[in-house]
Design a protein around this ligand. Structure first.
Ligand SMILES: Cc1cc2nc3c(=O)[nH]c(=O)nc-3n(C[C@H](O)[C@H](O)[C@H](O)COP(=O)(O)OP(=O)(O)OC[C@H]3O[C@@H](n4cnc5c(N)ncnc54)[C@H](O)[C@@H]3O)c2cc1C
Length: 454
């Protein structure tokens, strides 16, 4: 029996879920992530059945000198060279306790599932633009939600994590039981323990307003001016994101979106629809919208606003936090993003942050605060060979155009593939995270997608 066969035999002995190792039939499919361009060169894949399986695999890895990379949906992959890839997809328990405004979600539960369950009670979790990422993966990285301006980072709403620590022990981690690990898990990423479930706050959303207005790209300058003016005076209940989009010429896309170069704003408001319309009045004056989906909406439909792809897609992301967005910067950004189309990018997005995200919470986690009021993100889909370079060049051109208002810092959940954790944290936060990692996982058994010691 060679080493890899022995690994398979040992993992099958300790875990009840499916185990595949290099060379097994189906292994290459099982190690795929959501981004088919990222080659996850792991040694084995274990589909954990429950928290006991997780503990058994982590415990075994520690004894065998191996590393464990945890993945739920695979939306933020990494190479994870020679590690054991631990899939949490089967951990699907979800309970909502509306009276306490709390949910408990196991590690494989998606935001879409939590939105549906919480929405039935007029409550919302702090989910972001898509329903398909896991609530746990999003939250471990801090998590920038539609409602972050009002309620802060998703991570700071966690009451308890159920974990398997680096020594393979199961524990419930709270602010009282283990303040150090609790702090690191709230925004430091998946480098400190495997989370099997978490309990977190839900927020009242008896009336939710939201939607997208989309115009042809030639309206970009007017829409960006209205976005700047609207966000300058927005209450924390209102969140507006600006988008320049290039829709692909795919037959499955409906006309008029097929191949369209467009500009859009996406908005949510935690409150009365009439108040929301009044706050967004500047956008009503911009002519020729292709469509306007704004209106009262169920919490369960939150992810429909941006309608992001839900099928596996190769992607190259670059993000920059912006310290401001004055007229000159906005004009330079638009010019660099491309007149008429942002291709080869699929989109350039500016999210309005601020509010509770900018306030320091002394009891908060490693996510800290984001003082910058805007987040610029640029995403390209390298669908054909040779596109990667063109996408990176356009991202650099836009980043250079706004260089006067960037600091190089990015939110953890907006780090691109291969970007270091160091880009996400102030120096003292990074040092503290590294100290926690060294103390709590001296052997380096747990491997996050952006390791803090990397
Ligand atoms: C279409 C799209 C939209 C997005 N929108 C937003 C947004 O609005 N706001 C925002 O903040 N982010 C957003 N993100 C980023 C997203 O939050 C991160 O990519 C997040 O890491 C995805 O988590 P996942 O578990 O689904 O992905 P995975 O790739 O499965 O996991 C990512 C990493 O999380 C860690 N991890 C996951 N589960 C566990 C666990 N149980 N225990 C320990 N570590 C774990 C691991 O380090 C893992 O490598 C978006 C991403 C996509 C693709």
């Amino acid at each position: 029996m060679n080493d890899i066969e022995a690994l398979g035999a040992n993992l099958r002995r300790v875990a009840r879920g499916r185990v595949l190792v290099r060379g097994d039939e189906g292994f290459d499919e099982s190690r795929l992530s959501w981004d088919p361009a990222v080659d996850q060169r792991v040694a084995a894949v274990v589909e954990a059945r429950d928290a006991h399986d997780v503990a058994a695999v982590v415990g075994y890895a520690g004894l065998a000198g191996l590393r464990v990379a945890t993945q739920a949906t695979g939306h933020a992959p990494a190479a994870f060279h020679d590690a054991i890839l631990l899939r949490t997809t089967a951990l699907r328990g979800l309970t909502v306790r509306p009276g306490e405004r709390v949910a408990r979600a196991e590690a494989g539960v998606s935001w879409g599932e939590v939105l549906t369950a919480a929405g039935e009670h007029g409550l919302t979790p702090l989910a972001g633009s898509t329903g398909v990422v896991s609530a746990t993966g999003f939250t471990l990285g801090g998590g920038l939600s539609w409602f972050g301006r009002k309620h802060g980072f998703a991570a700071d709403g966690v009451r308890a994590f159920e974990v398997v620590d680096a020594s393979g022990e199961q524990a419930t981690v709270t602010a009282d039981s283990d303040p150090e690990l609790f702090w690191a898990l709230r925004g430091g990423g998946g480098d400190f323990a495997v989370v099997t479930a978490m309990e977190f706050d839900l927020h009242p959303a008896p009336v939710l307003y939201g939607g997208r207005i989309l115009w042809p790209a030639k309206r970009a300058a007017e829409v960006l001016a209205a976005f700047r003016a609207t966000t300058a005076e927005a209450p924390e209940e209102l969140t507006v994101w600006f988008h320049i989009l290039q829709f692909p010429p795919l037959p499955e896309l409906p006309e008029p979106l097929r191949g369209l170069s467009a500009v859009a704003i996406d908005a949510t408001y935690l409150g009365d629809p009439d108040e929301a319309r009044a706050l967004l009045h500047r956008f009503d004056r911009i002519p020729e919208p292709v469509f306007d989906t704004r209106g009262r909406m169920p919490v369960a439909n939150l992810a429909d606003i941006c309608a992001e792809p839900t099928d596996p897609t190769p992607s190259l992301l670059r993000s920059e936090l912006l310290t401001g967005l004055d007229e000159a910067t906005a004009a330079a950004m638009l010019a660099a993003a491309g007149s008429g189309t942002v291709a080869p990018l699929a989109y350039v997005q500016i999210r309005h942050l601020g509010g509770a995200l900018a306030r320091m919470d002394e009891k908060g986690g490693a996510c800290g605060r984001i003082a910058e009021p805007y987040l610029l993100s640029m995403l390209g889909v390298p669908a054909a060979p040779g596109m990667e370079e063109a996408i990176r060049q356009r991202q650099s051109a836009v980043a250079d155009a706004v260089a006067a208002v960037t600091t190089g810092r990015k939110p953890f959940t907006f780090l691109g593939h291969g970007e270091p954790a160091a880009s996400a944290f102030p120096i003292e936060t990074l040092a503290r995270l590294r100290e926690v990692k060294r103390r709590r996982d001296p052997q380096g058994v747990i491997l996050g997608n952006h390791p803090v010691l990397g």
